[in-house]
Design a protein around this ligand. Structure first.
Ligand code: HEC
Length: 436
């Protein structure tokens, strides 16, 4: 549990006590548990809702958490992982902002799992079983469904990062208004990121594919080519239901575009098995506001004019890129947006490679105040995602959009790292879904 949530819990308990003392008619949360927690009554509903998407037979997690026996066998690890916050994987800091489809446990859910283990992890009575809550959200309509052209058998272990180019079938300009990925093989697909290649960019990506044997091509940090130009359509990790983009907004897609799927396969020590992942899009003919997905990084790092040096042996190298976007939005967005009009950030992702430790995206206001957009305090390359803000953030003239990245390059034998696409390179990139 983070310090703030502990404080928050304390504050909640204090308020409850105050309410009880003053005879207030609020809705105080009970501070002391009355009966021991049981699997059927208290634990199964939380585990089904928050762990089940991955901890299932044939799922991405190393063991299932479906039955009482499963959970009992792993009770000590469950308590440890839930208390340390490593499970469920949900990287954003709760002190920064709140997001749609939050996978994390709230304080009450965290407390009940811990209490259940402490009290002896009783099964209880099946008569107390609560029907699992139906998940809410998800993609409301699948208008265009695209599948990898052929199935792929991962060739690298334990991790294989592979990109597949898929034709965009529409013959007139339309707008993508929602996204979901459907992994073909849930035991091995760890995450999927979908990119859009505009017609003029297709040949560059096709050349990468042509130069590589077998379906698709190896791609580690992004879809290859110039990372600043690749439009992110969306990210998927086990358990995500996909989502509609913010109402009345969408991404313009010209006929002749291609969708590039970057699939991260992880074999978890098992024999590789083939996958054929598909993606579903909600597509509309018009939208009120055309959105863009904007990568945000220092162009001089990318060109190596001002190298993004991460010295060998350094434990905490920090690089920051900050710029006021609104006066330059027409240029930045290639004419989709106009200059000097506020922009709204609806969702955000951060991207580094394996030596990253902490990344943050925020707005710096002329007053000196800051608005946090996304903060990943313990970077894990394996759990990257795009996070839709509950409360979108607006930037006006004078506001600077900032990304800050930290790396630990102190491992024995480390060499200097700079910007690049490969496993031995690093990146520091914010990716934002924006409208005006
Ligand atoms: C989005 C997928 C996902 C969800 C949701 C998820 N897990 Fe996991 N879990 C994994 C994966 C994958 C691993 C293997 C280690 C890794 O890759 O981080 C794992 C490992 C574990 C481990 C063993 C490793 C450790 O940290 O000790 C425990 C215990 C665990 N999960 C418990 C849970 C519990 C309890 C929940 C729900 C409250 C949960 N997990 C939700 C994917 C998930």
């Amino acid at each position: 549990m983070s310090r703030t949530s502990r404080l928050r819990l304390l504050a909640g308990a204090c308020l409850a006590v105050l309410a009880a003392c003053s005879g207030g008619d609020g809705d105080p949360t009970p501070t002391e548990p009355q009966t021991p927690a049981t699997w059927h009554k208290d634990v199964a509903p939380v585990v089904q809702a928050k762990c089940g998407a991955c901890h299932t037979e044939g799922g991405i997690a190393p063991f299932a958490l479906q039955t009482y026996a499963d959970a009992f066998a792993h009770r000590a690890a469950i308590k440890a992982s839930v208390q340390s916050g490593t499970m469920p994987p949900w990287p954003p800091s709760e002190d920064c902002s709140t997001y749609k489809q939050d996978r994390s446990l709230d304080d009450a859910q965290q407390a009940v799992l811990t209490r259940w283990v402490d009290e002896g992890a009783a099964e209880g009575s099946a008569a107390d079983a609560v029907a699992p809550a139906t998940p809410t959200g998800g993609l409301s309509r699948a208008d265009v469904v695209l599948q990898m052209p052929e199935s792929y058998l991962p060739t690298q272990a334990p991790d294989d990062y592979r990109c597949f180019i898929i034709d965009w079938p529409e013959t007139r300009t339309r707008y993508i208004t929602g996204f979901r990925a459907d992994p073909g093989n849930r035991a091995t697909v760890h995450h999927v990121i979908a990119f859009l290649a505009k017609p003029a960019q297709v040949s560059g990506f096709q050349a990468l594919d042509d130069a590589s044997a077998g379906p698709g091509y190896t791609c580690f940090g992004g879809p290859g080519g110039d990372a600043r130009r690749a439009t992110w359509l969306g990210g998927w990790a086990p358990g995500s239901l996909g989502q509609d983009f913010p109402e009345d907004t969408g991404l313009r897609v010209e006929p002749g575009s291609k969708v590039i799927l970057q699939v991260h396969y992880n074999d978890h020590g098992q024999r590789a098995s083939a996958d054929r992942t598909s993606v579903a899009f909600k597509v509309d003919d018009t939208v009120k506001k055309v959105a863009i997905v904007q990568p945000w990084t220092n162009p001089d790092w990318v060109s190596d004019k001002v190298p993004m040096r991460i010295a060998a042996g350094a434990e905490d190298t920090t690089h920051v890129w900050s710029m006021e976007p609104t006066p330059f939005m027409s240029f930045i967005s290639e004419g989709v947006f106009v200059n000097n009009v506020p922009i709204t950030v609806h969702s955000a992702a951060l991207h580094m490679h394996t030596r990253g430790t902490h990344a943050r995206a925020e707005v710096q206001h002329p007053s000196g105040a800051r608005t946090c957009i996304l903060d990943i305090p313990r970077w894990d390359f394996h759990w990257q995602g795009s996070y839709a803000l509950q409360r979108p953030v607006q930037l006006w003239n004078g506001d600077r959009l900032t990304v800050e990245c930290h790396w630990d390059n102190s491992a024995p034998g480390a060499t200097e790292r700079r910007w690049g696409e490969g496993t031995d390179d690093e990146m520091c990139l914010g990716v934002f879904y924006l409208t005006q």
